[in-house]
Write a protein of this length. Structure first.
Length: 222
């Protein structure tokens, strides 16, 4: 890519086809910020990110992964992050919403993830140093206030079963009670009772607070 080049791709398939080589170009630093482990969801993109995390064991190379608590929604995700950490990467959990889901490569290339939509995510790839420096500063600020994975997981976290996590995701996604109840396979009355029980367990005074509290706690399942 030439200086200050910017281009947009649609979906992970096009991302890996047009920018996959950029993942492999990392030599000194690979930073990844994501809400959860599905941001780079297609196998090719996921494999590229994981490969760079494994490079953390290479002298002179730094790999950092910053995630929101929702990334710890299930044991499989937590186990994966422990493996990433065991390979030498630094993993932290941010207590604040991440303003950008992005990858920064050697502070010279940035891949910024857009919102999810039915056609797939839109990604912006740029070498603009001004943009990269600005997002790097945001990443560093979020990193400095985040908590190491081991410390976060060792906290006093309530256990939520699969239904509880499903309800929380329904609340976070803005589904109506009727739709959420159908997806869960329960009556509207039962769904609302479970929401109330969940709010009580999370010590939340509103559904919005329940979502925030669940994020703080990592949506940890039984």
């Amino acid at each position: 890519m030439s200086d200050d080049q910017v281009f947009t791709v649609h979906g992970d398939a096009e991302l890996t086809a047009r920018a996959g080589h950029l993942f492999e170009s990392a030599r000194t630093e690979f930073l990844c910020a994501a809400r959860d482990l599905r941001t780079w969801s297609r196998p090719e993109a996921r494999a590229a990110v994981r490969a760079r995390m494994r490079d953390a064991a290479t002298p002179g190379f730094t790999a950092r992964k910053l995630l929101s608590p929702v990334a710890l929604a299930d044991e499989e995700a937590r186990a994966h992050l422990r493996l990433v950490q065991g390979a030498g990467a630094l993993v932290r959990i941010s207590g604040s919403p991440l303003p950008h889901e992005t990858i920064l490569i050697d502070r010279r290339v940035m891949i910024l993830a857009g919102r999810e939509n039915p056609a797939g995510r839109e990604y912006t790839v740029t070498t603009s140093q001004a943009l990269i420096d600005g997002v790097h500063t945001l990443f560093q600020a979020a990193w400095d206030s985040a908590v190491d994975l081991d410390v976060y997981l060792s906290g006093d976290v309530p256990q939520l079963d699969a239904d509880g996590r499903t309800i929380l995701r329904s609340l976070a996604s803005g589904l109506t009670d009727e739709v959420a109840a159908r997806r869960l396979g329960v009556s509207l009355r039962t769904y609302r009772r479970r929401v109330a029980e969940l709010m009580e367990r999370l010590e939340a005074g509103s559904r919005f607070q329940a979502g925030l509290r669940a994020g703080e706690l990592g949506l940890r399942g039984a």
